[in-house]
Write a protein that binds this ligand. Sequence first.
Ligand SMILES: O=C(O)CCC(=O)C(=O)O
Length: 265
Amino acid sequence: MCMRKFKCRIHSILLRSQPWVEVDAYNAQMAAEEFAERRPEAKFRRVLVVDQEDGYPHVLHIDSEGAATDQDMMSVTDCDGGVVKVPGFFRKHQHLFSTLMGIDWEKRDCPRWERYYNDVSAPYTYGSGRGARTYEPSPWPAFAMSPRHVIESAFNIDYDVCFLNRYNGERDHLGWHSDDSPEMDPAYPIMVLSLGATRAIEFRVREDYTGPVSFQPYSVTLESGDLLVMPAGFQQIAQHRIPKVDRKTDVRISLTFRKYLKVTP
Ligand SMILES: O=C(O)CCC(=O)C(=O)O
């Protein structure tokens, strides 16, 4: 068995400002254990380990004894700039997609269709000034509870808001923006579940951001069932968009899970 080089860091789906630590090990599990030993002060449970030879990422769970086990379900693609893609996260994506094709979609003054579900009957305002649009909530329907439960149990987070977008074809799109409306709690990651046609989501640093994080604009391809995690604090640094496509494209639906800042009874 030959030693390989791995890079490890805490996987917290929080803003990933922590540095990578290089470790020599025989496999990802041993790399995670070595990392846990070197960082005994860190209160973490998950470590992201990337094999430097084949680039394959693993998320490992560290128990109280420091032993690591691979969390298969969380096979993560690590992207620059802080977002995480979990390919094939939601297995029943085709069924959910068919159900969602049959719901009542709202068409506002924008090149896509929308729907807004919220546990706490509070409206949501997107944008500001003349372009601002306010969405009245409806309670979560049963079909949206299934991905919600899968996400909540995988990440140990409770969400109360689900915003849905439906892109009927290649011309439908969503322009550059951050999900930074004041109702949303920036301390929680925003999760996007992608269904139907494959589309790209693009990221760039905000023009008004003056902090230390920096990355070149980049694009992540989302296939049906993939989950994209935008970490906590990411909206204050970056913008994202769903660009138009220059070839025939079928319907895509996204479900965006968010947390409200104040839950009012
Ligand atoms: O459709 C997507 O993947 C992104 C949705 C989004 O950016 C939003 O709802 O703010």
